[in-house]
Structures are given as C-alpha cells and as structure tokens.
Design a protein around this ligand. Structure first.
Ligand SMILES: *[C@@H]1O[C@H](CO)[C@@H](O)[C@H](O)[C@H]1NC(C)=O
Ligand SMILES: *[C@@H]1O[C@H](CO)[C@@H](O)[C@H](O)[C@H]1NC(C)=O
Ligand SMILES: *[C@@H]1O[C@H](CO)[C@@H](O)[C@H](O)[C@H]1NC(C)=O
Ligand SMILES: *[C@@H]1O[C@H](CO)[C@@H](O)[C@H](O)[C@H]1NC(C)=O
Ligand SMILES: *[C@@H]1O[C@H](CO)[C@@H](O)[C@H](O)[C@H]1NC(C)=O
Ligand SMILES: *[C@@H]1O[C@H](CO)[C@@H](O)[C@H](O)[C@H]1NC(C)=O
Ligand SMILES: *[C@@H]1O[C@H](CO)[C@@H](O)[C@H](O)[C@H]1NC(C)=O
Length: 387
C-alpha cells in the first residue's frame, strides 16, 4: 500500500536514527499534539503554504520534512522514544495518512489567542481544539461502521489512554511585543493563559487525561528577536539575549506552572506533566560548548554573518536582490555546531539535546499534585525573575 510510505522513506533517509535512553515512563498508545512551529510536523506546509503539496518544480526549503528545522523536532524525538511513528498532521489529508497512533494539530505561526484576519496562521488553539473534536467524532463514527479502519485510526480507548501534548504561547508573546510595551505584555499574559486553560478544559471534557505541557522557551534568545529588539546593549543580558522578552517568557511560565498545578488539583483524574523547556534551552545557550556546540545564538541558515547571521529581509533558503546584489540565505556547513537553525527555530542537533534532557526526567514536573516536588528548575535564572 502506498500509504504515505514515500515521504516517510525520505524522512528515514534524511534522519539518521539514534536512540535516546529514557528514564521517564514514557509509553502511550497515541499522541495528540497541539502547538505552533515548534511541533508542526507538516501542518502549515499542507494547510496553508501548499494545500495541494508543493508546486512541481519548486523546491520549498523545508521539504521534504516540512518542518521548521534541518531535521527532527523535539516531538519527533519523543515519538521515537515511545517507539511510535512520526505524527501526521491533521491538515495533511492528501495521500491517506495513518492516524492510528495519533494526530498532530500543531501549525506554524499559531497562537493561543483566537486568530483574526491579521494573524499569520488561522489555526489558533481554539481551532485546533475544534479540529480535534471533529477528528474524534469522525473517527468514532467511522470505526462504528468499519472496524477494519482501526488500522488507520485511533481506537476509542486511545483517546483516553493517549498523551495530549501542548507547546504554545511563544507566538502570543512574540506578537504582543509588536504593539505593546513591556508592562502591557506582562499584563496581557493572564489573558493568554486563561484561553489556554479553557482549551485544555474542553479537551479534558472530551476525555483527555494525560496532559503533557511544554512551557515556552527563552524568546529573547532568538536571533530574530535580538536583531529587532537588542540593538542597544542595555537591552541585552549577559548571554546576549533580549531581557524584556525573556522576562515575559519567564512570567508566562510561572503562571503556566500555576495553571498546571491548579488544573491537577481541580481534576485529580488528570495526569498533568509540566516540562521546563525554558531552562533546558537557556542552559544549552549558556553552556553550549559543554554540550558540543560552537554557536549558541547565530542562525545556521541566514544572511549577514556574525554575530547573528540573521537579516529580517531575507529568510532561510531565500534568494533576493538586496541593494543591487543578489544574495541567498544559505544553511551553514555544519548544522550540528549551531543551536539555532533559521533565526526562529532550533536545529535538529539542539532538539536532540533538548529531548535527551526531557527524557532524562530532570526538567519535568510529574505528577503535578500538591504533594509533588516543586520544580527546582523553574525560574532558576534569577536574571528573569520579576517583581
Ligand atoms: C509505565 O506505565 C505503564 C502504563 O501506564 C504501566 O503499566 C507501567 O507499570 C509503568 N511502569 C513503571 C515502571 O512505572
Ligand atoms: C496517571 O498515571 C498513572 C501512572 O502512570 C496511572 O497509574 C494512572 O492510571 C493515570 N491516570 C489516568 C486517569 O490516566
Ligand atoms: C550552566 O552550567 C552551570 C554548571 O553546570 C550551571 O550551574 C548553570 O546553571 C548553567 N546555566 C544555565 C543558564 O542553566
Ligand atoms: C545600500 O547601500 C548603501 C551604500 O552602500 C548603504 O548606505 C545602504 O545602507 C544600503 N541599504 C541597505 C538597505 O542595505
Ligand atoms: C563552507 O565550506 C566551504 C568549503 O569548505 C567554504 O568555502 C565556506 O566558506 C564554508 N562556509 C561557511 C559559512 O563556513
Ligand atoms: C560538525 O561539527 C561537529 C562538532 O563540532 C564535529 O564533530 C563534526 O565532525 C563536524 N562535521 C563535519 C562534517 O565537519
Ligand atoms: C539528570 O540529573 C541527574 C541527577 O542530578 C544527573 O546525574 C544526570 O546527569 C542528569 N541528566 C542529564 C541528561 O543532564
């Protein structure tokens, strides 16, 4: 059968498999993921950029993996650790994808706040939740008609036993800084989280029990943010990251942690795991050489050279006429030396490191019950504490 075997073969060729030793009990029959480009395994490419697949003859830079990366994302490594295939995007229905072991609703550019006409991506969290509800209803309806479809669709039990993963909020903070002052952004964070809480509550009501929630990374350390907001050195911390953006990310995470704890207390039947992505990424950027990297901040794929190799006029893979000369934002020679891929996303090598840290169990808070240990890593960087 031709069930998307072609793209998966390509992925298998590109990605050299390496196993990660896990000390977490990380085994679920299915995964349902919600998020933005940090965990988009092809949704934006399928749903927005090229709804019918990339036009023939045109090479879209992120093809064939359709990820915002030079290889695998954190979610790919986590699926690997669970011995599960890579998640198919919900929006990619071309070629009869297999959803038996889950479905990915994440779409690049999406926000927790409902999308409006000006949004980069129409598939905000509320839409992703609605897509899930439709997906589940349709699956149950189809399975009732034809049990054979269990080879392609999750069984009813999987919706209860499956892992519901979340990685979002980064675009909400990022977008807020475009029109708001730092204080206004900080004041806006409870609104974002309240909408996030509404979403996970709806999913809980739909039967979701195992919730796995990534906090947001150090936004101020992305080359694009440093290029736009870090022109004055007073705006930067000792790592060279933009203080205001990291402070907002940190406050977001504290409030997300509170939300996770309260959710767990309110719904004892739920299993909520909070994953401290911020601390893992900040540690990687801060202690990069210890982990085998050479460039903590400079984009691998970009234009402009040191220190950031980032130019907002020309995205990774693009060729443009800049000031009379034709230039291309090419990838670096050795992506494994870089933490950052394209100014906005992490490299596969960084994602692998982050996944190893997650799976080692040092940065997860589980279960989030009242008696659970307080996450010793959260807000571990005093620089980003707020008053
Ligand atoms: C891991 O989880 C599975 C499924 O919930 C359970 O059956 C198993 O006992 C767990 N193993 C450990 C070591 O906790
Ligand atoms: C929560 O996780 C524990 C440990 O894996 C498991 O025993 C329990 O059944 C889970 N609860 C639910 C409601 O899935
Ligand atoms: C960098 O590594 C040192 C030593 O292991 C550690 O104390 C420090 O917290 C790390 N930096 C960050 C930002 O995590
Ligand atoms: C274009 O080139 C001129 C002369 O070298 C320079 O002054 C100007 O800043 C350049 N503009 C851009 C957008 O790079
Ligand atoms: C990549 O390698 C080639 C050939 O060794 C070299 O000419 C080029 O300067 C290198 N590019 C970068 C960005 O280091
Ligand atoms: C890429 O960089 C890593 C780390 O510096 C190094 O171990 C590896 O040999 C390099 N690969 C190539 C092809 O140069
Ligand atoms: C996780 O923490 C333990 C105990 O502090 C440490 O021995 C181990 O090296 C850590 N794992 C990773 C991947 O950092």
């Amino acid at each position: 059968m031709a069930l998307r075997s072609y793209p998966l073969q390509i992925l298998a060729l590109i990605f050299s498999y390496s196993s990660i030793i896990s000390s977490l009990n990380f085994s679920y029959p299915a995964v349902f993921n919600f998020g933005d480009s940090n965990s988009d395994t092809g949704g934006l490419v399928a749903g927005v950029a090229f709804p019918l697949g990339p036009p023939t003859g045109q090479t879209y830079f992120h093809e064939p993996s359709a990820r915002f990366c030079d290889g695998r994302l954190i979610i790919d490594f986590l699926m690997d650790a669970m011995d599960r295939p890579f998640l198919n995007p919900y929006l990619d229905s071309v070629g009869a994808p297999n959803f038996q072991e889950g479905c990915n609703f994440a779409t690049g550019g999406s926000t927790v706040l409902p999308a409006n006409a000006a949004s980069t991506c129409p598939f905000s969290f509320n839409i992703q939740v609605a897509q899930f509800i439709r997906f589940k209803a349709r699956v149950l309806e189809l399975l009732a008609k034809d049990r054979e479809l269990e080879h392609y669709l999750p069984s009813e039990d999987y919706f209860k036993q499956g892992l519901y993963m979340f990685d979002m909020g980064q675009n909400d903070l990022d977008g807020a800084f475009k029109s708001k002052s730092e204080d206004q952004v900080l004041a806006f964070i409870p609104t974002i989280l309240s909408l996030f809480g509404t979403g996970i509550q709806i999913l809980y009501n739909e039967g979701a029990r195992n919730l796995w929630i990534h906090n947001t990374g150090p936004l101020g350390c992305l080359p694009r943010i440093i290029a736009n907001f870090g022109k004055e050195s007073s705006k930067l911390d000792q790592l060279g990251c933009v203080k205001s953006h990291n402070k907002a990310a940190n406050l977001f995470n504290q409030k997300l942690h509170d939300l996770c704890r309260m959710f767990q207390e309110q719904f004892p039947e739920a299993n909520v795991t909070y994953v401290d992505i911020f601390s893992i990424k900040l540690d990687l950027i801060s202690n990069f050489s210890q982990y085998g990297f050479k460039e903590p901040l400079a984009a691998c794929c970009g234009y402009g050279g040191p220190p950031l190799n980032f130019d907002s006029r020309i995205a990774c893979g693009q060729t443009k006429n800049l000031n009379g000369s034709i230039v291309t934002a090419n990838p670096c020679n050795n992506t494994t030396e870089h933490v950052n891929w394209d100014g906005n996303h992490y490299t596969e090598a960084a994602n692998k490191h982050i996944s190893e840290q997650i799976l080692a169990g040092n940065y997860t808070n589980y279960p989030m019950s009242e008696s659970a240990k307080i996450n010793q890593y959260i807000c571990s960087s005093d620089n980003y504490s707020h008053d």
